[in-house]
Structures are given as structure tokens and as C-alpha cells.
Design a protein around this ligand. Structure first.
Ligand SMILES: Cc1ncc(COP(=O)(O)O)c(C=O)c1O
Length: 387
């Protein structure tokens, strides 16, 4: 039996999603821009998914823009707003050091084109203080981008408070909600943001489908130019089958949010306390209260996280050292680094992320295997262990 505890990298499909994707691929193959019956059937399928996502976010369907996923949504949010505001005197962008690379590298690209960028500092909690934003924001700030939940440690940012500060200064507010949508309630009106990114494959939908929610009236330039798709906001023939799968995943997430959140949260807590008890020299990274229910990130003293990841994989247990994009390299976690942790801690931490098909048996198996594997690795390093 293999254990998959890497749901923040990607998730298996929810029941019904694969059937829908296959059925729509075969039966609803029209181009949603065509005016004949086949095109209108595709448009109706997309509109159904649009309504499902809008309901999940408390948004209006006309504000939903389908994209290829979280990375494209983040790019469209930041580049699209920046380009729209390029004519004004606002040439400053703000984010935090713990954003996903989709945000950080987009900011770096804009910095090369003359934009001033500021990354807000964080402490060991992994939660940004609104005061840090007050210190950094000025009349030049065009956009503030702060993620809702972090992909490595799961902490939830005070997005509503940050959005209020951004708006006081006339700046737009974007949040990357790729790791919160489907796990906790996400209400665009309550968050008070202008732009919100999500990705289907992070909540049991198919890969290659995402959304940028754009508040009505927000000035944006498209980044993918071409036809008039998605109300001129994202050109290109839509991936109707994947969008339909996204809609099914959204409806299921909305229906099961409370029960699944509680179930997965209890499993995560059992895993976390089990590991802290069974393995000396362990600690949780980041605040434990304001977190999505499925994620824990644990530091193992005197253990190379990559070695532990491989040892676990050999036992059939899949976890992660951080974001999937940086795995396969020995780069320390930029998230833990931005939180001020010393180099050894950024390299001895593992992320466990649970989800829809996780069970108590799997949790107990991981808690059972870890002390043996950690002891072995610590023996190999021949260093004394401090509990
Ligand atoms: C916080 C966050 N933002 C953006 C992305 C990118 O999403 P996608 O894989 O759909 O491009 C990810 C995926 O790892 C993520 O965790």
C-alpha cells in the first residue's frame, strides 16, 4: 500500500471528475465561440462550470476568467494589472518572501522592466503583519500580492486586513488562493480583494485548468492576446473538458467543505502530534493555529530532508521537501528562509499534505515508520541528537 501525503503538489481526481472530462471531450467537442449548436453546447458546459466556481467564491459568474492553471492566473493578475497601470505614475509592486515562484518570478521579470518591487519580511510564524505592509506601501504602489494560504507550511495570511490597507493607498490587491480554495471557505467579497487565483488540480480537479477572478470594473490588460475569449481577458480556445472537470470539483468541494475540513484536520493533527511524540528533535515550522487543515511542515534535527524523503519513498510514502517546482534540487526552502530560519532548518524540513483519500491507517503507518528511518539517518551522520 502506497501512501500519498503530497496533496499540495497535486491531488488525485475527485469521484465524477474523470467521467465528466472524458464525456465532455467526446460529446461536447464544439468550439465555445461557434454560434451553431455544437458551439453553444460547449458554451453551456463552460457556463455551468463558471457558475459552480462563482458559487464557491461568492463571486459573479461574469468575473470568472478561465486560464490554464495557477501559474497563468498569477501571471495574468500581476502582469495584466501592471500593464494596465503602466501609463500612471504607479510603478511599485509589493509581495511577501513566501509567495510561490509564479508570483516571485513574475515580480522579478517586471523589476527588470523598471518596476520597483518590495518583499515584505516575515517572522517564524510565517504570517505577515499588516504593519509591515503599512511600512512599505506608498502613493506609487500599483498592486499588493499576498497569498491566501502558503503551499509549504499552510499558514493563512490576514488578506482582508492587507486588502484594506492596499485600498486606502489606491493600490489593487491580488491573492494567490491556489492552496486555500477547496480546503477552507474562500469568499472574494469578505477578503476584499480585486484579483484571486486558483488552480483545479489542487482540489481534486484536472491539471491544466485554473481561474483568475477579476472583480468587476478592475482595469486589466490581457497577457495572452488573440481572439475575444473570456470577455477579452484571456484569448485562446477554451479547454472545455478540463473546465467542466473544474466545475465538478468545485461543486464537490463546496458540498463537503465542512465535513472534509474537519476529517482531514483531525488526521493532520494525529500525524503531527504522533511525529512530535515519536521522533525526538522535531518541531513544527510556522504558526499552528492559522493554517489550512491538511498541511504540516516539520523540521527533523540532524537529518537531511532529501535523504529522509528518499527513505520514506522507498517505504512507499510520498511527501515533499517544499514546493514541487524546487524538488529535485538541493535548494533550501525559500519559504523557511524568508521566515528567518537558519540554513540547517531550511534543509531538514519535510511537508506532509493530506487530502480526500487520506486515511487514519496511512497516518499511523507514517508515524510508525519515521522513528526507525530517522534513527538510521542520524546514525549515518554520526552526530549526537539533541531532543
Ligand atoms: C501557492 C501556489 N501558487 C501557484 C501554483 C501554481 O499552480 P499551477 O500548478 O496550477 O500552475 C502553486 C502550485 O504549486 C501553488 O502552490
Amino acid at each position: 500500500m502506497r501512501v500519498y501525503f503530497d496533496y499540495n503538489a497535486t491531488t488525485p481526481l475527485a469521484p465524477g471528475v474523470a467521467d465528466t472530462v472524458l464525456r465532455v471531450s467526446q460529446e461536447v467537442f464544439g468550439n465555445a465561440s461557434s454560434i451553431h449548436h455544437f458551439g453553444q453546447a460547449a458554451k453551456a458546459t463552460m457556463d455551468e462550470a463558471r457558475s459552480a466556481i462563482a458559487a464557491l467564491l461568492n463571486a459573479d459568474p461574469s468575473e470568472i476568467v478561465f486560464t490554464s492553471g495557477g501559474t497563468e492566473s498569477d501571471n495574468l493578475a500581476i502582469r495584466g494589472a501592471a500593464e494596465a497601470l503602466e501609463q500612471t505614475s504607479r510603478r511599485h509592486l509589493i509581495a511577501t518572501g513566501i509567495e510561490h515562484e509564479a508570483v516571485l518570478n513574475t515580480l522579478r521579470a517586471l523589476a527588470r522592466r523598471g518596476w520597483r518591487t518590495t518583499l515584505l519580511p516575515l517572522d517564524h510564524t510565517g504570517i505577515v503583519s499588516p504593519d509591515r505592509l503599512r511600512d512599505a506601501i506608498d502613493a506609487d504602489t500599483a498592486l499588493v500580492s499576498v497569498m491566501h494560504a502558503n503551499n509549504e507550511i499552510g499558514t493563512i495570511q490576514p488578506v482582508a486586513a492587507l486588502a484594506a490597507i492596499a485600498h486606502e493607498h489606491g493600490a489593487l490587491m491580488h491573492t494567490d488562493a491556489v492552496q486555500s480554495v477547496g480546503k477552507i471557505p474562500v469568499d472574494v467579497r469578505a477578503l476584499g480583494v480585486d484579483l484571486l487565483s486558483l488552480s483545479a488540480h489542487k482540489f481534486n480537479g484536472p491539471k491544466g485548468a485554473g481561474v483568475l477572478w477579476i472583480k468587476r470594473g478592475t482595469r486589466m490588460q490581457p497577457t495572452v492576446t488573440g481572439g475575444k475569449h473570456e470577455r477579452n481577458r484571456r484569448a485562446g480556445t477554451e479547454n472545455v473538458a478540463a473546465i467542466a472537470g473544474l466545475g465538478v470539483a468545485a461543486r464537490l468541494a463546496a458540498a463537503k467543505m465542512d465535513t472534509e475540513g474537519a476529517r482531514v484536520g483531525a488526521l493532520r493533527d494525529r500525524l503531527e502530534t504522533g511525529i512530535l511524540r515519536a521522533v525526538p528533535g522535531t518541531a513544527v515550522n510556522g504558526a499552528r493555529d492559522a493554517r489550512v487543515p491538511n498541511t504540516t511542515n516539520i523540521s527533523f534535527e540532524r537529518v537531511e530532508a532529501e535523504s529522509l524523503l528518499i527513505a520514506l519513498d522507498l517505504e512507499g510514502i510520498a511527501v515533499s521537501t517544499g514546493s514541487a517546482c524546487s524538488s529535485g534540487t538541493l535548494e533550501p526552502s525559500h519559504v523557511l528562509k524568508a521566515m528567518g530560519f537558519p540554513p540547517h532548518r531550511t534543509q531538514n524540513s519535510l511537508r506532509f499534505s493530506l487530502g480526500m483519500f487520506s486515511t487514519q491507517d496511512e497516518v499511523d503507518r507514517v508515524v510508525d515508520a519515521l522513528p526507525r528511518l530517522v534513527d538510521k539517518l542520524r546514525g549515518l551522520t554520526r552526530k549526537p541528537v539533541t531532543a
